[in-house]
Every structure is written in structure tokens, then in C-alpha cells.
Design a protein around this ligand. Structure first.
Ligand code: BGC
Ligand code: CA
Length: 295
């Protein structure tokens, strides 16, 4: 049955180059997101429409809250850092999953129920280079490379009990399913679904409280909701072609923040989708899950 959702609304026409990493911060009742190429973190408060921005020292792909409340873990181009934004901007390097690869950058990540971070990377300058990796950062700050040979690592979505994970290689238009044990070891990797060019490229993902998977489609101008066994249940059009990622939030976790990108769009594409690079929200008609924290 289709969800009864509201149309997407551009709440912040921020003209982000590569808007990404949407995150609901329950503590401050704000949505955070990043502009990867704009080297910035942005925050939007739904209740007051307050907008805040912080300039970063390098490209940044994501923020993940910390269980101890001391700011965030963040994925800089060069590696994982401990980042605080308030009262002052401060960062401390924590782990480098791709040392000696200056053109590789961290791209997308999530925490799981064991407080670990799963973070993928890609070559920023040439996405056709297969230098992307998938790393796992444990709460004791040990970092393990669990997979190499990825083109564009994207959108982890992790089962609430951490028994499986979906992870995407966007270059191959393929979402994979990994079976995981409690120590975070993979026992099987299977293809979850391959998408056609017409459908768009799978990018960021999230899971709702009914166990369905939501995926943002780069080049697809939409988000889609899937059953856990990869059947498409619903497509929602977004007025921007490069839809990068999604996050549930708001006090009832039924609002979805959608990030989009302007990078690479020519004049004709921008004329067709002038709101590209905006932050959009919509009421989904289903409740999301609170993002998990590191530590
Ligand atoms: C990456 C972009 C890439 C897009 C689609 C995003 O996660 O940051 O560089 O173009 O996915 O594959
Ligand atoms: Ca992404």
C-alpha cells in the first residue's frame, strides 16, 4: 500500500555543490548535512527555520553522533576525525583508512547497534579508479579495512540488530547485502539489486520502522522505498536530478530530509531543476529510526 506523503518542499535552497550526509540530531532537534565539495557542515532547525554553517578544513562526507555527547565523528577526505562544532570548531584525527592515497576520500558512513562505524571511500578525482574501500571503526578506535576494490562506496543501511548490511557500489549501480556476525565479520556477500540506467544510480539509504529500505537516486530525480527483499514499493519524485541521500527526523521521526547536488549539471539541467543543491523535506507517512551513535 502506498504511503500518504506530502510533496517535497525546498526548505533551504542552499545551492550545495554535493549536498550529502543528512542526519537528524535528536539532542539539538536539528538536521545536519554536509557539502562534500563545498567543505562545509550545515544545520537546519525545523522548529525555527534557523540555518547554521561551519567551514571545514577539507572535504567532508558525513557526521555521526557520539554516544558520549562530545560532538561527532566525521569523515574528512583524509580520514575519520572527532569533530566538535560547538562551542568551538575543533577536530582531532582518529583513523586513516586510505593512507598514501590523497585523491581518495571518505564518502558515506553509518554507525551500527554495536557502536561501530562502517565507512566507505572513493577516488574523488577519478571515480573509475577502483581504489574505494570499506572500513570499520570499532568503539576502541581500532580501524579495520574489510573490503578493497570498490569504485564508489555508498549508502550503508544497517539492520537494527546489525545482522546484515546493505552497501552500494554506485559505479556498478549495484546494492549488495552482507551477512554479519556480532563481531562485524562478513559471512556472505550477495547482490541485493542491480538498477538500470533509467532508474538512476543508488546513493544514500535509510531504513524505516517497518523494516523498509529507502534509497536516494542520483540521476533519478527520486527516492524509492523497497521491501527488505528488494521489491520497489513506492517512488517519490524530487525536483532535483542528483538526489544524494535521505534521513528521517523531526520530533516524530516522520519528516524526511533529502539532500541533492548541483555538481556536474550543465545550464540546461539547471534550468530544468533550478532547485538542485537544495535541502528538501517531506512528511513520509511512516516513522523512521533514530540514527545510531558511535562509541
Ligand atoms: C558521491 C558522488 C557520486 C554520487 C553518485 C555520491 O555519494 O559523493 O561523488 O557522484 O555518489 O555515484
Ligand atoms: Ca552518498
Amino acid at each position: 500500500m502506498d504511503l500518504n506523503h506530502t510533496p517535497p518542499k525546498a526548505v533551504w535552497p542552499a545551492e550545495l555543490s554535493l549536498g550529502e550526509g543528512p542526519l537528524w540530531d535528536d539532542r539539538s532537534q536539528r538536521f545536519f548535512c554536509v557539502d562534500i565539495h563545498g567543505c562545509a557542515v550545515h544545520a537546519w532547525t525545523p522548529a525555527s527555520d534557523q540555518r547554521q554553517s561551519w567551514k571545514m578544513p577539507e572535504r567532508i562526507g558525513w557526521l555521526i553522533p557520539r554516544k558520549d555527547g562530545a560532538g561527532f565523528m566525521a569523515g574528512f577526505q583524509s580520514g575519520i576525525v572527532h569533530l566538535t562544532l560547538e562551542p568551538e570548531l575543533h577536530w582531532t584525527p582518529v583513523a586513516q583508512p586510505h593512507p598514501g592515497e590523497p585523491t581518495v576520500r571518505l564518502n558515506d558512513a553509518k554507525a551500527d547497534a554495536h557502536g561501530r562505524i562502517w565507512a566507505g571511500s572513493m577516488d574523488n578525482d577519478d571515480p573509475a579508479r577502483r581504489t574505494g574501500r570499506l572500513a570499520r571503526l570499532d568503539p576502541d578506535l581500532q580501524c579495520a579495512i574489510v573490503e578493497t576494490g570498490i569504485y564508489i562506496a555508498n549508502g550503508p543501511a544497517i539492520a537494527p540488530d546489525a545482522s546484515w548490511m546493505l552497501h552500494t557500489d554506485s559505479f556498478l549501480n549495484t546494492v549488495y547485502r552482507y551477512q554479519m556476525d556480532p563481531r562485524g565479520q562478513f559471512s556472505a556477500k550477495t547482490v541485493w539489486r542491480v538498477f538500470t540506467e533509467e532508474e538512476g544510480t543508488p546513493d544514500g539509504m535509510t531504513i524505516d520502522s517497518e523494516g523498509c529500505i529507502w534509497i536516494a537516486f542520483w540521476g533519478g530525480a527520486c527516492i524509492r522505498r523497497f521491501s527488505v527483499d528488494a521489491k520497489c514499493l513506492q517512488t517519490i519524485a524530487i525536483p532535483a536530478s542528483q538526489v544524494t541521500s535521505i534521513s528521517f527526523g523531526g520530533p516524530d521521526l516522520q519528516t524526511m530530509l533529502v539532500t541533492t547536488a548541483r555538481v556536474g549539471l550543465d545550464a540546461a539541467a539547471l534550468e530544468k531543476h533550478p532547485l538542485s543543491g537544495s535541502l528538501f523535506t517531506l512528511r513520509t507517512g511512516v516513522t523512521g529510526l533514530l540514527p545510531l551513535a558511535f562509541g
